[in-house]
Design a protein around this ligand. Sequence first.
Ligand SMILES: [Fe+2]
Length: 441
Amino acid sequence: LNSTAALRSIDRNPAASPSPAVRVAISRDTLRALLQQLLKVRAHTLAITAPLSAEDCQVQSMPDASPIKWHLAHTSWFFETFLLGEFSHHYVPFDPEFKVLFNSYYNAVGAKHPRLERGLLSRPSLARVVDYRQHIDAALGAFVSVVAEADLRTVLERVTLGLNHEQQHQELMLTDLKHLLSINPTAPVYYANAPHPEALTNENPDRATQWISLSGGLIEIGHDSSTQATTRFAYDNESPRHRTFVEPYAIANRLVNNGEFLAFINAGGYRDPSLWLSDGFDQVQRGGWAKPLYWQQDSRSHWHEFTLSGLHTLDPEKPVCHISFFEADAYARWAGARLPTESEWEHAATHATSAHLLLQRDDQLWQWTASSYLGYPGFAAAKGAVGEYNGKFMCNQFVLRGGSVATPAGHTRTTYRNFFQPEKRWQFTGIRLARNQPQQR
Ligand SMILES: [Fe+2]
């Protein structure tokens, strides 16, 4: 898999990164163009593996993470199952065994291999999985001519969903790989220019947090899927657009940085139960948590941070990264603030204009919100197996907003809702603070 050309395309802004759009004017030409865009995105997935060995691609480092090989296969399975198998009548599956092996969580599709045992699949080999990808790419390349006219709209929507699914797995590949490499005591380098959060630049000489005050009121959030003009893609969980009431609030213009989080640690933040939710403090004790996931302290008490480009001295100016909801919530309480709700976040992202800029909005770290992940009023999951994509996870998870250094460019938008359980911290997650604002009378 090694190739220097592929290595160069690992950068976060590959030309292939799309802003997917489904036009109401459905045509075969639209589908042809979208499939070409998709093939570029899929090529980028493979490029991510260029610096990796077959052994790197095999291992599953923890239950939440999947082997790179599994990601490569599963993103191909997605198109075989939900596109080629459904809409291409002459399509022959590459290997019937893969239907179960690489099903992630779609119960409507049938049986699935246990998630915890993904790393135990030494067969198929990485080479065979790469063959599988090429088989799917070839079928996608020829697909435009075999789609029935009546299926065009559904197929366009399905290809767009698959393209976004592929991009989500690109980010997961980087986070899963980071976890895998982090448990190797030699602190391996994945790639010298691998994505990592950046400190604010000299354009922001005053790095103290500025508070952006917003009056709130009856606001609207969510994606308007009823728009008749060209409609940008959004997942089903971002709709319907709806009204919600927000009290006056203030939101931080930037993310919490390493220096500030270190002050929380040095003040005994991890040991003070009064700062933590009950489940959070249980997790701190169970996990022996005393620092963010990838921080390390050397024998001289100097702090370092493991990254995809190896071990680095901790930079106090960079945003604090790999933080769970529980840690974000405890830090906010210690700092005399709180986490924003997702309504507040989206309102601020939409209305904090150039005079009150929301910095590090969607290009550094996902930002935990205080909002449980629930369906919006009137939410209905998509019909069929793809309806399992988002809706069935609306329990015991919290919403994150924004996007991260590992998110493919153009993948997210202001209404985008990411979600994870409150103890998870292997994603590129950070903290933006909010606080209440006295009512203006
Ligand atoms: Fe998936």
